[in-house]
Design a protein around this ligand. Structure first.
Ligand code: SAH
Ligand code: SF4
Length: 359
């Protein structure tokens, strides 16, 4: 049994069933997630007999690190091999006093956004709690960039479609005896799975980032296919509901800027209108498209990016252009793509090319 797959209550139950007091769980979690100790025999404030029990019954298994590549800007991309040979990626981004871990939630992604390398690879499965925590543990204790201060669920996958494990993972990020981060330093990024935005609000309202990309249903349907199921009206209503629980009461919207597709001044204006229609306290994160092998879009010129940003700012919204980090190791947004045993039929694989032509 992998200890990383246990929630805190599950661990408490296991220990109590074996004659231990409940607080042993917190002691063990502290060793593991705060001190980075994986070897039970080194958990010196535990009785020898309990340490033997732990070594006999449990192991602490993180996904196998097969590579960590440092980019010229200091960010490090980690490749992890899972038990069935599939590969997932995480990125750690140091910036001033901040160290941000970008964690994956699934092997591949079923949402299949037309501009995303992960989506292009198809979908295999959800990551287990242990695989998600394992990424965080490795980044925190095996890289020499300092302790992680911020966590973003912006690696491979749609985190809200792995809701059960996401929720438990988030609890560990916030738990005093584990990573102890504040809610505003933990961000879930989603393509807009409305029912789970509503659940997250109740269960664990961390910072929320919505991958919006367009304020127009027709275009968003093409870019983010899940928009056909949860169109903008529903998404914006859910965002409005979330913001009262959100840390600092705002929602971040990510917009991947694709040259000539969604990056005009009119596109920016439509987005600002959408925000005011739904009373959203929004901040924008503009992400110039990161190209990848097989990608069908282009990155807009600086002038177009600036124009888009200015329009949103003029309308009173804080809008930052995300610096491309880690792109020389293919670790930038949307470039993450491990080895995925795709389980989705790609019968309509020409669809994306068709869409690009239409646009
Ligand atoms: N599935 C989640 C989180 C992972 S994607 C989501 O979509 O929000 C993290 C961010 O990278 C998203 O905002 C996504 O839109 C963006 N992204 C995907 N492909 C990209 C690309 N090729 N260039 C730039 N950003 C991209
Ligand atoms: Fe999935 Fe996010 Fe990529 Fe869309 S952008 S395919 S939701 S990982």
């Amino acid at each position: 049994m992998n200890l990383l797959d246990f929630t805190k209550p599950e661990l408490e139950r296991l220990f109590m069933e074996n004659g231990q007091p409940k607080f042993r769980a917190l002691q063990v979690l502290k060793w593991l997630h705060q001190k980075g100790v994986r070897d039970f025999s080194k958990m010196t404030d535990l009785k020898a007999s309990f340490r033997e029990f732990l070594s006999r019954e449990l192991e602490i298994r993180i996904p196998e690190v097969i590579q960590s590549t440092k980019s010229s800007d200091g960010s490090v991309k980690w490749l992890f091999k899972l038990d069935n040979g599939e590969v997932i990626e995480s990125v750690v981004i140091p910036e001033g006093h901040r160290v941000t871990a970008c964690v994956s939630s699934q092997v591949g992604c079923a949402i299949d956004c037309s501009f995303c390398a992960t989506g292009n690879q198809g979908f295999s499965r959800n990551l287990t709690l242990g695989e998600m925590l394992g990424q965080m543990w490795a980044i925190n204790f095996l890289s020499n960039v300092g302790d992680v201060t911020n966590v973003v669920l912006m690696g491979m996958g749609e985190p809200l479609l792995n809701y059960k494990n996401l929720k438990e993972f988030l609890k560990f990020m916030l738990m005093d005896h584990a990573y102890g981060l504040s809610r505003r330093k933990v961000t879930v990024s989603t393509s807009g799975i409305v029912p789970f935005i509503e659940k997250l609000k109740v269960d664990c309202p961390v910072s929320l980032a919505i991958s919006l990309h367009s304020g127009n249903n027709e275009l968003r349907n093409q870019l983010v296919p899940i928009n056909r199921k949860y169109p903008l009206e529903q998404l914006m209503t859910a965002c409005n509901g979330y913001q009262e629980s959100a840390p600092r009461k705002f929602i971040t919207f990510e917009i991947v800027l694709l040259d000539g597709v969604n990056d005009s001044i009119q596109d920016a204006f439509a987005i600002s209108e959408l925000m005011s229609d739904y009373g959203i306290n929004a901040k924008f994160n503009l992400i110039p498209y990161n190209p990848f092998n097989g990608g069908i879009y282009r990155k807009p010129s600086e002038k177009r990016i600036k124009g888009f940003q200015m329009k949103l700012q003029e309308k009173g919204y804080v809008s930052t252009v995300r610096k491309t980090r880690g792109d020389d190791v293919q670790g930038a947004c949307g470039q993450l793509a491990g080895v995925v045993n795709n389980r989705i039929s790609k019968a309509v694989s020409s669809e994306k090319t068709k869409i690009a032509r239409v646009l």
